[in-house]
Design a binder for this molecule. Structure first.
Ligand code: SAM
Length: 472
């Protein structure tokens, strides 16, 4: 059952994506009708939340079973915005193949009545609300004159980014997210002294219910999309190794890598935005992971040039970038990308030009990654987008450009194989892992919201791509 319209895209972005998903190679295999249908289903899935939230356990500090129990206790009694029976059914479940993962159902869409009074929030705030957050004041765009503390309101999300902040009402395209109680008046929300923080609407009756992980066991669990956790396992770091995470902030994968290494060895984490590096350091400290060394750096320039002092020396594990060539046992390039796999996402604001700008940037970063990797080392390339240009086409380019690289099988392999259209062979595509979002569930005919099935959790997730190489 469709609740929200498919993700809103600019017309040229939509055409570009449609061409990708109905490319000649693909259509000749599955037929035009199936390719078209799959594309439409993809756009619908993207605007809806996945059927489970995924939390990764910091196994460095506590065993999974203990964390499952502690988390269950923490979440009991949380007001999630559903009825008691629904809330009681939302318990953390272990993932069948990933020992460090707990899955929490996202229950919905539920039947919720729309109220007379409404606030409209931005698309980003709307996505957070769908994933369990309350409405924070900076996210509100429009609120009625009568908004006052204790009043009940319906919350809508602006789909096309057209609502102006401070408006009293909005008649543009918007989607309903649920109802809540105001904790701020209109004048507090739109305070003239500048942006105000804090919860403005506490959600009490949601379209989708799922626990909110804000400040819940921050040292023991990390909210992370399932494919992102798969990346850490596919990289397969071992205690004592030197590992480079080239685009690391805010550190979800860095802290996972350090955890898999039992905090032994060195994980160098680079990101080009200083404030994000600070956030990464905070996350590492919160999880007691002292083997992480974080630096603010443009990773394209992370390899030492022949004139720089560190050239020809071996890296001693103490200095920051630039590093001598072949310094690392494993390199993760979780590349900056167009992010078109993120869910729920009701509207993509970026232009076609921006979407197309990522391929050359990713190639520059990839070339640096190959130079910094030791012979025999492992390189994992990942993105959270669905385009061919940033995924399979990059793999085809890498195999042509770096004869020393070979594709490797991935463990675990929970996603689908690579998509047709980039000229890769069947065997090459089978070694790739593409998470192609497929929405499940819906409202049952008796009006009850069915519990999502754990078997669907691996496919009803965000759009994501993983490739693993070894350098010979
Ligand atoms: N790996 C991260 C995680 O799991 O938490 C997410 C990384 S996000 C997909 C991409 C990151 O690349 C952003 O934080 C961005 O600031 C960073 N970035 C973009 N261009 C970069 C560059 N040239 N050098 C280093 N970092 C870069």
């Amino acid at each position: 059952m469709l609740v929200f319209p498919p993700v809103a895209l600019k017309a040229d972005v939509r055409d570009h994506l449609r061409n990708t998903f109905t490319n000649e190679e693909l259509v000749s295999e599955v037929g035009e009708e199936v390719a078209d249908r799959e594309f439409d289903a993809l756009l619908s899935s993207l605007s809806h939340p996945p059927s489970f939230s995924c939390v990764r356990i910091n196994t460095h500090l506590a065993p999974p079973q203990q964390v499952q129990h502690t988390l269950q206790q923490e979440l009991t009694g949380q007001q999630l915005g559903g009825c008691h029976g629904e809330e009681a059914s939302l318990v953390p479940l272990p993932h069948s193949q990933l020992p460090d993962v707990l899955m929490l159902p996202i229950l919905g869409p539920r039947r919720v009545c729309v109220l007379d009074s409404e606030v409209v929030v931005g698309a980003q705030c709307g996505s957070s609300v769908l994933r369990g957050a309350h409405v924070f004041a900076p996210g509100i765009l429009s609120a009625p004159k009568t908004l006052q503390v204790g009043g009940l309101v319906s919350v809508f999300s602006d789909v096309e980014n057209k609502c102006t902040r401070g408006a009293k009402s909005f008649e543009g395209q918007k989607v309903f997210l649920g109802n809540g109680v105001c904790e701020m008046s209109r004048s507090e929300v739109f305070c003239s002294k500048g942006p105000i923080r804090g919860v403005a609407v506490r959600m009490t009756d949601r379209l989708y219910i799922t626990p909110c992980f804000d400040r819940v066991l921050p040292h023991l669990v990390f909210l992370q999309n399932l494919p992102s956790v798969v990346v850490g396992h596919v990289l397969g770091p071992r205690p004592g190794e030197c590992v480079l995470d080239m685009c690391a902030a805010p550190g979800g994968k860095t802290t996972h890598i350090a955890t898999l290494m039992s905090n032994q060895g060195v994980v160098v984490a680079l990101d080009k935005i200083r404030s994000k590096v600070e956030k990464l350091r905070e996350n590492a400290a919160k999880q007691h992971l002292s083997c992480i060394q974080a630096f603010c750096c443009n990773s394209i320039q992370a390899v030492a040039t022949p004139t720089s002092p560190s050239q020809n020396s071996t890296w001693d594990g103490a200095n920051g970038p630039p590093f001598p060539e072949e310094s690392f046992d494993r390199v993760l390039l979780d590349a900056p990308c167009s992010g078109l796999g993120q869910r729920p996402n009701m509207a993509v604001s970026c232009s076609l030009k921006e979407i197309c700008s990522y391929q050359p940037l990713q190639r520059k970063l990839f070339s640096t990654a190959v130079r910094l990797l030791k012979v025999g080392g492992v390189l994992v390339y990942s993105t959270c987008t669905v385009t061919l240009a940033e995924n399979e086409e990059q793999v085809a380019w890498a195999l042509r450009t770096f004869p020393s690289l070979t594709l490797q099988p991935q463990e675990p392999h929970l996603g689908e194989q690579g998509m047709l259209g980039a000229g890769l062979s069947h065997d090459q595509r089978r070694l790739l892992q593409r998470f192609h979002p497929r929405m499940r569930g819906g409202v049952a005919s008796d009006g009850h919201t069915p519990m999502p099935c754990l078997d669907d959790a691996d496919s009803d997730t965000i759009g994501f791509f993983i490739a693993k190489f070894v350098k010979s």
